[in-house]
Design a protein around this ligand. Structure first.
Ligand code: VGL
Ligand code: ZN
Length: 234
């Protein structure tokens, strides 16, 4: 297919893993499994230059697991403070979760039914026990940065211009990845039908915050996605 000048799209499939999918995932996102056919259709889009899947890939002692904290911390309810291991003055509060996506366990595998044939690369994140890392690019610490996946450099090396983000969960890893992709200078779309939030009631607010950060939340049937199939230009 003739490529359209100025349009080199990448698809980021975020954390489409068994632990995030009902009915058995330990951190099941409501209706999370429903996005798999939508993502498979996107993976087949002929103009995509890059198709990357990420996995949340935690050690058993990861800081985000409520059970790793003293004082009977409650998953979904309590938070903990993450401290930059190289700089005790830089901290952030993060939500605690049930044990999920422990490296090499069945729950950490890519979700059954996700089409692996067209995935160019699988990128693991959240591998450092000391920090929470929602974004596929880096953790939120900056002085200095603790983990950088190299994704921004990889996308730039491939001359990517537009980044389409799907997967789970919309209000955590999809959101952080999309915001960081925008800050890295890409045109960024979250495909609404290709993602689901943990907090369904707060998705409207989260969506507004994404738009305020310069990320567009678009429909799978809209012109931005049709463009991936070489159809409508926008
Ligand atoms: C995620 C909570 C904890 C996500 C990862 O992939 O959105 N959410 N770890
Ligand atoms: Zn996680």
């Amino acid at each position: 297919m003739a490529s359209e000048p100025g349009f080199k799209p990448a698809l980021l499939v975020i954390d489409m893993q068994e632990d995030f999918c009902p009915p058995n995932g330990s951190l099941a996102v409501p209706d999370g499994r429903a996005v798999i056919p939508v993502i498979n259709a996107l993976l087949a889009a002929p103009t995509l230059a890059v198709r990357i899947a990420t996995r949340d890939w935690h050690p058993a002692d990861h800081i985000s697991f409520a059970s790793n904290h003293a004082g009977s911390k409650q998953p979904y309810v309590d938070t903990c403070t993450v401290v930059n291991p190289s700089n005790a003055t830089e901290t952030y509060e993060t939500r605690l979760w049930p044990v999920h996506c422990v490296a090499d366990t069945p729950g950490a595998q890519l979700a059954a039914g996700l089409d692996p044939r067209r995935i160019d690369r699988v990128l693991d994140k959240g591998t450092d026990a000391r920090v929470e890392m929602y974004s596929a690019f880096y953790d939120p610490l900056r002085r200095p940065r603790v983990s950088d996946s190299g994704l921004a450099d990889a996308l730039r090396a491939a001359d990517v211009t537009h980044v389409y983000v799907v997967g789970l969960a919309a209000d955590y890893c999809v959101r952080s990845t999309a915001v960081d992709a925008r800050a890295e200078g890409f045109v960024v779309y979250v495909v609404n039908e290709g993602t689901r939030p943990v907090d369904t009631a707060a998705w409207g607010q989260c969506r507004a915050e994404l738009e305020a950060a310069g990320v567009r939340v678009v429909s799978k049937d809209g012109p931005e996605v049709r463009r991936l199939y070489g159809e409508a230009k926008v």
